[in-house]
Design a protein around this ligand. Structure first.
Ligand code: SF4
Length: 235
């Protein structure tokens, strides 16, 4: 393996350093036996959101999302139904119920439209609105954009504006089309990873929870009861 300048390269984060001592003590073969064929070893996740047990957990690569949510996380509180899990931090994707038996490794997450990223794992239940979730993460990316390139600087602002309008039940089909076009534009024309990955929460929620977007735009309703009503209208 080669890294920077053709030399072995270490990514200097605490998680990497924490792996070194056990690897030296037990050997590389021992470490390589943990995890999946391509994603070796363990991974630390910050398990948060709508689960009984939240906190930092270290698990073998390849563990299923179901085990993460229901065994380690202790399941969803108050008997509510699982809706999605968002992995990878603000630029990650939201994975629906159909992904619960998917192994958690780099390759499977990428294939499902998400990322390992910073190891964040936020569980959402039926009381979460996926439009609101997408808006929350876009707010983060918009704030974090350094402003150097226009697609990210203006694009994240415009995407946040449209998501806000959808949440306020004032958006149109044209806005939704524009939102989709902006996802594509940011991904392909932003200068760095922040802008390129900022659309991920929107893309993944549009893919798996399109009916929630439609309910806000066509029926002026938030199925989860999170978003506001249009100005001048009452429920
Ligand atoms: S994509 Fe990167 S360089 Fe461009 S504005 Fe966003 S953070 Fe800055």
């Amino acid at each position: 393996m080669e890294g920077l300048f053709g030399q072995p390269t270490l990514i200097n984060n605490v998680e990497t350093f924490a792996n070194i001592a056990p690897i030296i003590r037990n050997g590389g073969e021992w470490y390589a036996n943990i995890g999946t064929e391509k994603s070796k070893g363990t991974k630390v996740f910050a398990l948060a959101g709508r689960v009984e047990n939240t906190g930092l957990v270290e698990v073998p690569m390849g563990i299923s999302l179901r085990e993460m949510v229901y065994e380690i996380g202790g399941g969803i509180p108050d008997g509510r139904k699982f809706k999605a899990v968002q992995t990878g931090g603000p630029s990650g994707g939201c994975l629906p119920t159909e992904c619960l038996d998917m192994p958690v490794d780099y390759e499977s997450l990428a294939k499902a439209g998400s990322i390992m990223g910073s190891g964040g794992m936020i569980v959402m239940d039926e009381s979460s609105c996926m439009v609101d979730v997408a808006k929350y993460f876009m707010d983060f990316c918009m704030t974090e954009s350094c402003g150097k390139c226009i697609p990210c600087r203006v694009g994240t602002y415009q995407m946040h504006r449209i998501l806000t309008a959808i949440g306020n039940m004032t958006a149109t089909e044209q806005d939704l089309k524009m939102l989709e076009e902006l996802c594509d534009l940011l991904k392909h024309t932003s200068l760095c990873g922040l802008g390129q990955s900022a659309p991920n929460p929107v893309v993944s929620t549009l893919k798996s929870f399109a009916e929630e977007y439609r309910a806000h735009i066509q029926d002026r309703k938030c199925p989860a009861g999170v978003c506001g009503q249009p100005v001048g209208e009452t429920v």
